[in-house]
Design a binder for this molecule. Structure first.
Ligand code: ZN
Ligand code: ZN
Ligand code: ZN
Ligand code: ZN
Length: 306
């Protein structure tokens, strides 16, 4: 779209008008074959609908910038600033218009800093109805909203951490409380010195389901709470034991230290299995350390009798 003819001083040559928009050519482009010139934006828009020259229907295969002489004529035309309606008195050549617009003091979109007290930056056009107090209030409210949002996120994160802590505490309290009751049903012994190798008894590092069902029943009958039964049963696999017990090699290496474990013991008979049930509770073994430290609530070790 070209520039309104009315803004120019004096008559503008017809050859400098765009046949599409009828305004003064802006960024002129020429069709090489017929030499007709158009605004760049006008002809590009035209080409989306038709591939022929709007004047003489010549097929348009290529476009090129308008000749230098035409561009020189255009650049020397004088016109008013685009902000004349906002009070700009400037009259300048088309060539200088772009540079002038960058610093025209009458551009309604230019940013200004309020000198009446608030110091806020705003487009000039908004400064007409500007009220320092009102603007500061809006500014404060939007900043406050951001801070509140951030706080809400922080609070909800802290709340979920707190919930987790409470949940853990409940589990621990429950462990400590129940230890003193149901565990008394088991004899307390030091772990057999043959924790890793035993001729008649074989340590089961991954008990089968049936064996665990028998162990589960034994624990339940002793008064062990269901949640604790489930955890201990899960902790009967080698992979859930302290690192210093997790393999035959590790157990052999730690053999001497392992006899310090205090363990709740029961010999279990069932139609299919006879086995030793060893309950190694964290609360009985706070003296153990490093890689054989017992994590709450504890773990089970089963020995099968051959
Ligand atoms: Zn045009
Ligand atoms: Zn043409
Ligand atoms: Zn101006
Ligand atoms: Zn202000």
């Amino acid at each position: 779209m070209g520039i309104d003819v009315a803004r120019f001083c004096g008559e503008v040559d017809r050859d400098l008008l765009c046949p599409i928009c009828s305004f003064v050519l802006e960024d002129p482009i020429q069709v090489p074959t017929c030499e007709h010139a158009f605004c760049k934006s006008c002809i590009f828009e035209w080409l989306t609908r038709s591939q022929t020259c709007p004047i003489d229907r010549t097929t348009i295969d290529a476009l090129k910038p308008a000749p230098r002489i035409m561009r020189n004529f255009l650049s020397r035309l004088t016109l008013t600033c685009s902000n004349q309606t906002h009070g700009c008195p400037a009259i300048l050549t088309l060539e200088r218009l772009e540079a002038h617009l960058l610093q025209c003091n009458f551009d309604p979109k230019r940013l200004i800093t309020c000198q009446s007290g608030c110091g806020l930056t705003m487009p000039y056009e908004e400064s007409v109805n500007h009220n320092c107090l009102e603007s500061l209030k809006i500014e404060m409210e939007s900043k406050l909203a951001i801070v509140q949002k951030e706080n809400e996120v922080k609070i909800s994160k802290l709340q979920s951490e707190l919930d987790l802590l409470k949940a853990n505490q409940t589990v621990n309290q429950c462990t400590v409380f129940t230890d003193s009751r149901w565990l008394t049903n088991f004899e307390i012994v030091n772990v057999n010195s043959n924790f890793c190798l035993n001729s008649n008894w074989r340590l089961i590092s991954r008990p089968v389901h049936l064996m665990l069902e028998v162990a589960r029943e034994c624990l339940s009958k002793s008064g062990c709470p269901l949640e604790m039964v489930n955890t201990l049963i899960q902790n009967s696999y080698e992979s859930r034991w302290p690192p210093g017990l997790r393999s035959k090699k590790a157990r052999r290496a730690n053999q001497d230290r392992l006899t310090a474990y205090r363990c709740r013991y029961r010999y279990v008979r069932s139609p299919k299995f006879n086995f030793d049930l060893n309950i190694i509770m964290a609360s009985d073994n706070t003296h153990m350390d490093q890689d054989i430290f017992v994590i709450n609530p504890g773990f089970l070790v089963l020995y099968l009798n051959f």
